[in-house]
Design a binder for this molecule. Sequence first.
Ligand code: THU
Length: 130
Amino acid sequence: MIDPLVTAAREARERARATFSHFKVGAALETTDGRVITGCNIENATYGLTLCAERVAMFKAVSDGYDSFRRIAVVADTEEPTPPCGPCRQILWEFAGDIEVILANLEEEKGRYRMSELLPLPFDARLLSR
Ligand code: THU
């Protein structure tokens, strides 16, 4: 059975603006009360201002007032799982903590991880308070 969160990420991937890389990614973030906020990667002509699908989903969610999350699904059309990049790991950790990360392609799930596996020894706000 396909996890509905993966289906939502696949649908979001269709909206990717991957004009330059042609590498489309979709993400679907689930809040602890069961809402789903999606994101896709958005590229532009300067290349460097690209936003990954995971950060689009997270920033949409934060700006809509959500602050408690359970899982995120990430979908790309790759045989190997496509995990969040380094900057996305930092943002996911800081705003969602040790959530589950589901990696999938267009046909099947490729793996489930916890953020603490993907980002061991994180830098975060705990270190700033003294
Ligand atoms: N990308 C994502 O959106 N998420 C990932 O997890 C990996 C990379 C995007 C950024 C860029 O638009 C394209 O994929 C190629 O790197």
